[in-house]
Design a protein around this ligand. Sequence first.
Ligand code: HEM
Length: 486
Amino acid sequence: MNKHPLTSANGAPVADDNNSITAGKRGPLTFDNHYTFEKLAHFNRERLPERVVHARGSAAYGTFTVSNSLTHVTLAEFLQEVGQQTEVFLRFSTVGGGQDSSDYARDPRGFAVKFYTSQGNYDVVGNNTPVFFLRDPIKFPDFVHSQKKNPRTNLPDAAAMFEFWANHPQSLHQMTILMSDRGIPASYRHMHGFSSHTYSFYNAKGERSWFKWHFKSNQGIKTLTGEEAASLPSHGAQQDLVESIDKGDFPSWTAKVQVMSEQQARDYKINPFDVTKVWPHQDFPLIEVGQLELNRNVDNFFAENEQAAFAPSNLVPGISTSPDKMLQGRLLAYQDAHRHRIGANANHLPVNAPRVPVNNYQRDGAMAGMCPFGATQNNQGSEVNFYPNDQAEQGAPQPNAQVAEPAMPLEQDAWINRYSTDEDDHYSQAGDLFRLMNDDQKQQLFNNIAGGLQQANASIQQRMLGFMAKADKAYAQGVSDAMNAA
Ligand code: HEM
């Protein structure tokens, strides 16, 4: 008897997996080919819809080790004691391309970390850049449409990209990073990660402070020029990550935070909740929190990478949101995407399941009860399925007011704001970044922008050059010269 019998989906041994059943040797298939039909039908259902953005990515598991306790600012259990370890899962990605695009696109890189903490899963769904192109979620679909493929040609459309940016001076800062020498990381190991958004900590005294995450690559930064990137195989970053971990060369990042008090936020010269701006390090220094190491590859790319579900709304006591408008939009978008892409019970899948019991009154739905850990294992079995109830003594789950976060401060005399104008300083930080670059980096920036901007019309070119001139006259001049030289 075969030790590992081949079975059909119902677990029954299969006699022949090479030939369908036929009426006679040369005849057509018979209707009792249910095993062939099962194979064909399952094959038809192998795909999930790919992520609408960040479709192409690579992921691995690892460990987060605390090097500095944050007890004074947060009651988050996983940040309390030096040496404390938490399992993590990190997915890197490009943004605009589909699943079969190149790892080496000039594109931001996703840097999404899931901490499997003892108080539930905490996700930092960040990028490799400290800022973003936009600061209002209402613009996200238009932005993504302009950066993905042209609806007619199905080809990348540099003119559309610049048309969007020419209508959004708020994008200048991130566009400058994207077009700089840092725009194409040489691998996922050689780039930093950022929460980009401002989140909040709150401590046991109920005091809130605002903070941002920075994950600094211990491998250092390595980048590619456009020409170098074009010569590499599209799967290069995936291969680099898998092979490094397989041979025990574990990549790691030093996790740091910038912290701002509520009072500092009220008085600070820039809006700390505007994700198109950084917090200058001289005003808000980086504080080391821990080391994040990746040390285990996924066993199954589809189960663990494609079905992974990260959400900025996955928060734990001691960590909360902020008034950042983009973050608010994202609190809705990701869970919604998971329901569409994976299903109502996406969090029951092993890669997404908390490592602690999930006890609540949610039940049923497609694939309920898949979770291999804790109470959701069997759709929470015979436990009571309504709340409130009289069964606390018998173990029915109860809310815990002690984890309630303190009230979130609003602007003084805040009113519901139905119309805003986009008047702001979108230029100073882009100019500061430009002035930090050496001559070679500046020339790369000029050439990278010129290549795309040339494909846009004269009005778009003039507006873009106008934004750059407000950041630094030499920035606009350099791009203009590069366009003329080409
Ligand atoms: C309002 C603005 C935004 C919206 C509506 C939005 C929406 C989405 C959606 C729908 C997905 C696919 C989720 C899935 O299918 O699992 C996604 C993925 C992702 N987004 Fe955003 N996004 C926004 C802004 C941002 C920003 C500012 C960042 C970084 C700071 C970011 C980082 C990511 C990352 C890293 C992923 C991939 C997560 C993974 O690896 O599975 N997004 N986004």
